[in-house]
Every structure is written in C-alpha cells, then in structure tokens.
Design a protein around this ligand. Structure first.
Ligand code: F6R
Length: 248
C-alpha cells in the first residue's frame, strides 16, 4: 500500500475526483467504457460533489461509464432514505449523464432465496465489462472494506453477510437508533475488490487513525479485512493528517 496524506479531506477529494475524471477521459478516447466500483458513506461525498461539478462546469461526460456499488443493506427498500440506492442518486447519479442501465447496486429488495443467484450474476456482470478499472473504498472502524467484516475470507465474492456490532453502532445515528439498523447486507467480496486494476481507499478524521495504522502496518489477517489490500499492487490510501496521525 502506498499512502498519500493531505492536510484536509476536501483537497484530497478533489485530487481523487481528478484521477477518476482523467481515467474516464482516457478510456473514452480509446472508445472504451470506464468501469468504476463505488462506495457510499461519508468518506466519498466530496469526491462525488467534485465529479458533479466537473460534469456541470467542465463537460465531463459519464455516458461511457459503468458503475458497480460495493454494497447495500439487506433487507432494504430502494426508495428508503437510508438505502445506498438513494444515497447514490442524491450524491451522484441524479446530477450526471450516466445511463440508468449502466448503474449496478446490490439489490436489498430480493427474496432471500434469490440472493445467491443475484450475487453470482453481479460477479459475472463485472467480469463481462472487463473488470473494475478503479475501485473507490472507505474503511470501517472494524477494518471492513465494503461490508467485509472481520472473518471475511481472502477469496470471498459478492454475498450476504452479517454486520458487525460496531458497524451497526456507527450507522445508528442515521437510522435514528441501533434497533432500526439492518442486521445484514449484500457486499462485494474481498476477491471482487482485489481484482480491481486500481484501488483508492479514503479515510478522514481522528476516529479512523487507529484502523488505518493497523491496516497499513499490521499483519495481514482476516481479523482486519482491509489488510488484504497490502498484497494488491496498485492501492493508494488517501488520508487527511488526522487519519494518518498514528502511522510510524
Ligand atoms: C460503504 C462501505 C463501507 C464504508 C465504511 C466507512 O459503501 O462499503 O465500507 O466505506 O463503513 O464509512 P464512512 O465513510 O461513513 O466512514
């Protein structure tokens, strides 16, 4: 893992948005689709805001962009304000020229018995577009990437998982109480993420400092699934000074 620190998350986010924009333009010039893996949560919000600005003010087009989101709560209605479907519309998709059919987000509305096939199909779809060109990640205090909680296997693919208690506590504010936070989610796996050609992980704030240190300096272990990124050859952690403050 290579890490780059910025004084403040807003400058960091603009740098990340520019890398994504350049990749979209490069691939477009070659007549190729740009395949992006996207995250929700607080970390990427400013990146999406800047991508929207680049679209509105500088003509960046998403007509040849295909997206796959990391995860969605289960069960979860797409129209629910807490759904990751809603989050992506609000922060990105409603403001750019991406085609609806190029947007993919795990479906929290499925019947339980349909989840397995949906997950296999999600993997196949990513592969059918030639794999993820760039995967954007946040990191949870448990060391999760996507919702790959402690115990996740190195070879895991898209699947349904049980959320860690700490993850549910961290989500409880936005759900107005922990009892309203779903117990499960559908997430891309560690192997799904690691197949991406380029990975950018965002972490801001003091509350991420400890897990960032464990992830970069600790031993590779399923107890901290993000450590599996150590053996990916093209991963950059983009940090603000606070998130990087415990690194030696
Ligand atoms: C979201 C996701 C999660 C978050 C992580 C950090 O799609 O997969 O792994 O990236 O929980 O969340 P924030 O950015 O809210 O601190």
């Amino acid at each position: 893992i290579h890490n780059v620190e910025f004084p403040h998350y807003s400058e960091a986010s603009i740098a990340v948005a520019n890398e994504i924009a350049n990749l979209i333009k490069e691939k477009d010039k070659k007549g190729e689709y740009c395949v992006l893996g996207l995250a929700t949560g607080s970390s990427p919000i400013k990146v999406y805001e800047e991508l929207v600005r680049l679209h509105k003010e500088e003509g960046l087009s998403f007509k040849h962009v295909v997206t796959f989101n990391l995860d969605e709560y289960y069960p979860m209605d797409k129209k629910n304000l807490q759904s990751y479907n809603h989050f992506m519309q609000e922060h990105l998709f409603a403001h750019i020229d991406i085609k609806d059919e190029n947007i993919h987000i795990p479906n929290g509305e499925l019947a339980y018995e349909d989840i397995h096939d949906f997950c296999l199909n999600y993997e196949e779809k990513i592969a059918s577009f030639g794999g993820l060109d760039l995967q954007l990640l946040g990191i949870g205090r448990t060391g999760h990437i996507g919702f790959n909680e402690p115990g996740s296997h190195f070879n895991s693919g898209t699947r349904i998982i049980t959320l860690d208690h700490i993850t549910r506590v961290d989500a409880s504010d936005s759900f107005l109480g922990i009892d309203n936070v779903p117990r499960r989610a559908i997430t891309m796996g560690i192997a799904t993420v690691r197949k991406a050609k380029r990975i950018i992980l965002l972490a801001w704030g003091q509350h991420k400092a400890e897990i960032v240190k464990e992830t970069i300096e600790g031993e590779i272990s399923s107890e901290v699934p993000a450590t599996y990124l150590q053996s990916h050859e093209n991963t950059t952690f983009i940090l603000d000074y606070e998130a990087g403050s415990q690194l030696t």
